[in-house]
Ligand binder design. Structure first.
Ligand SMILES: Cc1cc2nc3c(=O)[nH]c(=O)nc-3n(C[C@H](O)[C@H](O)[C@H](O)COP(=O)(O)OP(=O)(O)OC[C@H]3O[C@@H](n4cnc5c(N)ncnc54)[C@H](O)[C@@H]3O)c2cc1C
Length: 303
């Protein structure tokens, strides 16, 4: 038997769950299918909302990054009506190359796993691995390992795995440590080392220290990254040395060849919208992407 829904979102990560939350609030009948992939980026993400920390000034992403910052407080308030706090906090400092410290008003951080948990409250989320999408009777057939669905519209938000559905997205691995027993600190960037950003922030689950960057599908933590991250912790937080590792996180950032997210019509599949390829900035850009997908879906754009 094929089950029918108005909208099916493929992937319930940072982008998919916030897109589904936004569509649902606008009255759509939405189902989220999530494969619970090891390496999902949202489980490993720091949650920094910092256009300047990420050096986005002068890039094509800067305007959207500022718009993301502007939209986060209202979105966080809406998410928290679920009863799940998302820990949106103001303030990120950056150590400058000359040694001074800078802070851009409006920047901040949140806790990505809580964001996903809050967004998923009130949504129907089914554990299913989507295998293929294809046209069917004016809509889309969604083939999964848990049976088939039929949807008027599909939103493809499968993170780094979106490339399996005919769009140019691949993985960039990032590793980070969560330390227990370290002193609490506000979100801060140190000077980059070997081309990687080094940052730390206290979160409800510990002191987060990130992050490495490597083009690979591997999702197992490695000792080399652990040593580099320990070094970053020492540089960024006095007295972090004795802290115990609560978790060594590995996530696959969904990246595109030109570094820009893909948000719009699927190039070949009618009825499918793409919301993927947000790279290092999915938490920051998610409110803007969700608003764009809502606008497209409301226009009934299908081809
Ligand atoms: C170490 C690290 C630190 C980061 N720090 C930040 C930060 O500070 N600020 C920021 O803005 N961004 C940060 N990011 C980036 C951010 O995590 C990503 O941009 C964001 O998670 C992308 O969201 P997504 O929903 O596209 O992908 P994901 O979060 O990876 O979610 C994709 C979902 O799709 C599901 N899925 C995959 N394939 C299928 C399938 N075939 N069928 C069904 N479901 C499927 C997966 O199970 C997963 O839940 C960081 C990432 C990493 C790895």
């Amino acid at each position: 038997m094929t089950r029918a829904r108005e909208v099916i979102v493929v992937g319930g990560g940072l982008i998919g769950s916030l897109v589904a939350f936004t569509l649902r609030r606008a009255g759509a009948d939405v189902l989220v299918l999530d494969a619970d992939r090891p390496g999902a980026a949202w489980r490993a993400a720091a949650g920094l909302l910092t256009p300047d920390g990420e050096r986005l000034r002068g890039t094509p992403l800067h305007a959207d990054a500022l718009e993301g910052l502007r939209r986060w407080p209202a979105l966080a308030a809406a998410l928290e009506r679920s009863g799940v706090p998302v820990h949106l906090r103001p303030g990120v400092t950056r150590v400058q190359p000359g040694g001074g410290v800078a802070c851009t008003p409006g920047e901040g951080s949140l806790h990505p796993p809580s964001v996903v948990r809050a967004a998923r409250q009130g949504l129907e989320v089914v554990a299913a691995h989507v295998q293929s999408l294809g046209p069917s009777g004016g809509g889309v057939r969604v083939r999964t390992d848990a049976g088939d669905w039929f949807a008027g519209q599909v939103v493809l938000a499968a993170g780094a795995w979106s490339g399996a559905f005919g769009v140019g997205v691949g993985p960039q691995q990032g590793q980070a440590l969560l330390l227990r027993g370290a002193p609490g600190v506000g979100a801060r960037y140190g000077p980059p080392a070997r081309g990687f950003s080094r940052y730390a922030l206290s979160r409800p689950d510990g002191l987060y220290v990130g992050a490495t960057s490597r083009d690979t599908w591997a999702t197992t933590p490695d000792a080399h990254a652990a040593r580099w991250l320990r070094g970053a912790a020492r540089t960024l937080v006095a007295d972090a040395d004795g802290a115990e590792v609560a978790a060594h996180l590995v996530g696959l950032r969904p990246v595109t060849p030109n570094g820009l997210p893909l948000v719009g019509l699927h190039p070949t599949l009618p009825g499918v919208l793409v919301a993927a390829g947000h790279g290092r900035h999915g938490a920051l850009l998610a409110p803007v992407t969700a608003a764009r997908v809502l606008a497209l879906a409301e226009r009934g754009v299908s081809a």
